[in-house]
Design a binder for this molecule. Structure first.
Ligand SMILES: [Ca+2]
Ligand SMILES: [Ca+2]
Length: 183
C-alpha cells in the first residue's frame, strides 16, 4: 500500500504542469537601430481614449529598433518565442507584414557595445486585420535562442520589419506597440 502511494506521488511530481512565463515590453522604450541603419520612427499617437507611443515601421525599407536594458526575471531561458503587437497606420488592408526578432544578452565576457544578437533571425508573418484601428497580435514566432545569455545580465531585443521582402506586402507603416516573450 505504501509502495503504491509512493508511485502515485512520483507520477504526480513528474507530470506537474510547467508554467510558462511571459515578459512584455513597450515599443515606447525602444532605442535606435545599429549605427548607420535607419530606425523606425518613434511616434506619439493621440487616440482620444489614450495617448500612446508606437514604433512606425516603413513599408519598403528595413528599419530595426532595439529595446535594451532588461533582463530575465528568473532563470535564463534556453529558447523563447515572441508575439509582436501592431496596428496598421491606416486602411483596412489584409496584406502581410513580416517581423524579424532576435535577442542578445551581455555576460562576463561580452562588451555591451559589441553585443551579438541571436542567429538565425526568427521571422513571423502576419496579415493585417480588415477593420481599421484594431490591434494585431502576430502568431508566436518559432524558437529564438538568446545569444550570450547569462544570469541577470542586461539583454537587448531587436525587432525588424523585413519590409523589402517580397512577402511583406502591406503598403503602409506598421505601428508596433509592444512585444511579449514567452519561455
Ligand atoms: Ca529585409
Ligand atoms: Ca513591404
Amino acid at each position: 500500500m505504501r509502495k503504491a502511494s509512493l508511485v502515485v506521488a512520483l507520477v504526480l511530481l513528474v507530470s506537474a504542469p510547467v508554467t510558462a512565463a511571459t515578459l512584455c515590453m513597450s515599443a515606447a522604450s525602444a532605442d535606435l537601430a545599429p549605427s548607420a541603419t535607419a530606425s523606425a520612427d518613434l511616434k506619439h499617437n493621440d487616440g482620444g481614449a489614450l495617448q500612446y507611443w508606437t514604433s512606425d515601421f516603413d513599408p519598403a525599407t528595413d528599419e530595426p529598433i532595439i529595446i535594451s536594458g532588461w533582463h530575465w526575471p528568473d532563470a535564463n531561458p534556453a529558447t523563447v518565442t515572441a508575439i509582436v503587437w501592431w496596428k496598421s497606420a491606416s486602411g483596412t488592408s489584409t496584406n502581410d507584414v513580416i517581423f524579424d526578432v532576435s535577442i542578445g544578452c551581455a555576460g562576463a565576457t561580452v562588451e555591451w557595445d559589441t553585443l551579438v544578437f541571436s542567429t538565425p533571425v526568427v521571422s513571423v508573418t502576419d496579415a493585417g486585420l480588415a477593420t481599421a484601428g484594431l490591434m494585431n497580435a502576430t502568431s508566436a514566432t518559432g524558437a529564438i535562442t538568446p545569444a550570450g545569455s547569462a544570469a541577470s545580465v542586461p539583454c537587448a531585443l531587436k525587432i525588424n520589419r523585413d519590409a523589402d521582402n517580397v512577402g511583406d506586402t502591406l503598403a503602409v507603416d506598421a505601428q508596433v506597440v509592444g512585444v511579449c516573450l514567452t519561455y
